[in-house]
Structure formats: C-alpha cells, structure tokens
Design a protein around this ligand. Structure first.
Ligand code: DP6
Length: 366
C-alpha cells in the first residue's frame, strides 16, 4: 500500500499563525464496515450516503511555537487545547491525542504549532449519533488547510484524499465524511480508484431516483452506547461468521453499485435492510454477544414494513451501531413519509425526537 504519497517531503514555509474553520458531515453506511485490521484497514469495502444537516463545525487556531518551546524528536508531544460547544473538554482529549499520534508521521508540522480546537455539532451530543466521523474529518480538513498554506503545491484532489486518509486513521467511517453524496472506502474490483487507505466519491453516474435522498434519524436511545464501535470491531476477530460476512459485504457492494446506477429501488430497499440486520446479527453472534437495538427499534422496523406494504412505498430503514433508526426514502415520498413518521413513529423516540436530513456533498470551508 502506498502510504508514502502522504508523507511531507518538500521544504515547508514558515507561518506564524493561521486559523481554519471546516464544516464536515456525518454519514450513513448502506453497505457496512464492521471488522478491521491494523492500522484501521477495513476487512471489506463499504459505501455510505454523506449527510447534510448532521455535521460538526471545527475551528483550529494554529500558533507557531518559539524555538525555546520546541523539544527534541524523542520527547515531543502534540500541544493542543480542546473546547466543545465553548467549554474546555478534558474528557474528549485522549481520543484526539490518539488521533494526533496516529497521524504525526504524515503531519510532522503539528509538533511546531500550539493548536486550539473549537468544535460544535449540529446534533445533540448525547443523541447517539456518532460524532467521530464528522468530528475527525473536520480536524483532518483543518490540518490539510494548514498543510496547504505551508506547502502551496497541493492539488484539491490530493487534499481530499489525504484528509480522508488522516480521518480514517482516527475513525474508519470518518474516511467517508470528506466528500459526497456517495463515498466508497475499501479496495473493490467493481469500483475504479477505490482504496483501503481513503474514501473516494462513487465514480459512476447515479440514477436520479437517488438524488436528494432523504434520511430521517429516529432517536430511540439518546445515550452513550454500552458497547463502543471499537470493541465491536474487535469482536470480529475470531468471530465464527466473520470471513463469510466480509465476502458477503464485498458482494453486496458490487450489487449496490449496479442498483445505484440502474435506479433499482426495490433491490436497494432489500439490500440496505439486509445489511443493517446483518450488522446487528454480527453483534448478536459475537463472543461476548451484545444487543444494541431496543424494543422501540423493533417497533419502528415493524411499522415501516407495514407502511411499505400498505402504501406501495419505497421507504426502508438502516441502523448503525446503536438503537437509532435511519429511515431512508426518495424525495418524491417526502410529504407522506414525514406525516407517517410524525403520527406513527415519533412516539417510539425519546422525547418524540427525530432529525430530518438529506444526502449532502461533503466538507465545506467556512
Ligand atoms: C456500524 O468508524 O465508528 O457505523 O473505526 O473504530 O472508529 P472505528 O469505528 P467506526 O465504525 C462504524 C461502524 C458502523 C458501520 C459503518 O459506518 O460502516
């Protein structure tokens, strides 16, 4: 694998201070990433819709350290303060410090600056919506903005690739939060240009039925997950069904690529729901086993199936590693589906809370 392309090779310009703000989205996988090897390489390729309204906004202020503040290569540390929604957040620091450790080889300039990170999410922090994808992709974009200032030769394509590469080292799914509306991460023979190292935009023309696709996120359980994704991924080592699951996911990605191009929405519904339930089946059959769905998750799924049957609708659901339900539907059904959610599904959500989102186009510089 050619990780060398992401090393900084040229002489860097001296810049005393800089500040960049990026808004980066969350994403929802259609074919799921579940199981990885070191360093953050997925066992199978995955594809996701980039979201629009669920995002993180992050500003990083960089200020160059004085010579006296720089320490030798052997005991240097990355120097940063972290504020979340205006408040200093010591408890979030270890995850970000680990991210910087993983990317320092590719971004050696981070040792030269004192960084102040200010971050906020458009969705409630405790909503159970994973913030690592949007959070880490925003930091990655800010680092790439600095890299561009000190090394002006970088193309827009390289910046996106490297940002996705860096974000992946923080959280696998974050590699799919730089571009949109559909991103593939993981090398796959049916997807030209795909890579295990970074996400790429789905490279083929997508049928108009999938344009502006809708995602209503039903917040069934607004709380910390009992089992983190990282632990869940690890349980795929020695999992009795792991190898067949990885093969199946890659086959499903090939099917999905065809479905998206042909606009075969019935097959889309079938494949997306099967992927969601298979992800949770992997959790149910891990050792130790665990369940992230809640009774209301199942209530909602059953109601969606009833509604689809009765209305000849193309509504479907997907799940990530939690109890919340993502309800996916074409824009043409928006009015009816939102009425259905309001009258029949919102009662299964904590405080009747759900978020209406649509497919989006990726990171934005503010
Ligand atoms: C179920 O990307 O959160 O959402 O790489 O350990 O940070 P780490 O895991 P993470 O896993 C996401 C898993 C998933 C499926 C998906 O998004 O593909």
């Amino acid at each position: 694998m050619n990780t060398d392309q992401f090393l900084v090779k040229s002489e860097l310009k001296h810049i005393d201070t800089a500040s960049f703000t990026w808004q980066t989205p969350s994403n929802i996988a259609l074919v799921k990433y579940w199981g990885k090897s070191n360093p953050q390489i997925s066992k199978n390729a995955s594809i996701s819709f980039t979201l629009n309204n669920c995002h993180t906004i992050t500003t990083i202020d960089f200020s160059k350290k004085q010579n006296s503040e720089l320490v030798s290569e052997f005991n240097r540390t990355v120097d940063f303060d972290l504020f979340f929604e205006g408040k200093q957040k010591e408890e979030f620091k270890p995850k970000i410090a680990e991210f910087f450790r993983r990317v320092e080889e590719y971004c050696p300039y981070i040792f030269d600056y004192k960084m102040t990170i200010n971050s906020e999410n458009s969705f409630p922090h405790s909503s159970g919506i994973a913030s690592s994808a949007s959070g880490l992709s925003a930091i990655a974009m800010c680092l790439m903005s600095l890299e561009k200032e000190i090394n002006a030769d970088l193309s827009a394509d390289f910046i996106n690739k490297k940002a996705s590469f860096l974000a992946r080292l923080g959280s696998g799914s974050a590699s799919r939060s730089i571009e949109g509306p559909l991103v593939v991460w993981g090398k796959h023979p049916a997807i030209e240009g795909s890579s295990d190292l970074f996400g790429i935009q789905f490279p083929y023309k997508v049928h108009s039925v999938f344009e502006n696709y809708q995602d209503a996120i039903l917040l069934v359980d607004e709380g910390e997950k009992q089992v983190s994704s990282t632990i869940g991924h690890n349980l795929m080592h020695n999992h009795p069904f792991a190898e067949s699951r990885f093969l199946q996911a890659n086959e499903n990605l090939a099917k999905m690529a065809k479905i998206l191009q042909e606009g075969d929405i019935k097959s889309f519904v079938n494949l997306v729901e099967s992927e969601a339930l298979t992800l949770h089946a992997m959790m149910l059959t891990s050792n130790p086993y665990f369940i992230l769905m809640k009774p209301n998750t199942l209530e909602i799924i059953n109601k969606i199936w009833e509604y689809r049957q009765e209305n000849n609708s193309n509504i479907c659901f997907t799940l990530d590693a939690g109890a919340n339900v993502h309800v996916l539907f074409p824009e043409s059904e928006k009015l009816n589906v939102l009425q259905f959610i309001d009258s029949q599904l919102s009662k299964f959500c904590q405080k009747n809370h759900y978020i209406c989102d649509t497919v989006g186009f990726g990171a934005k510089k503010l």
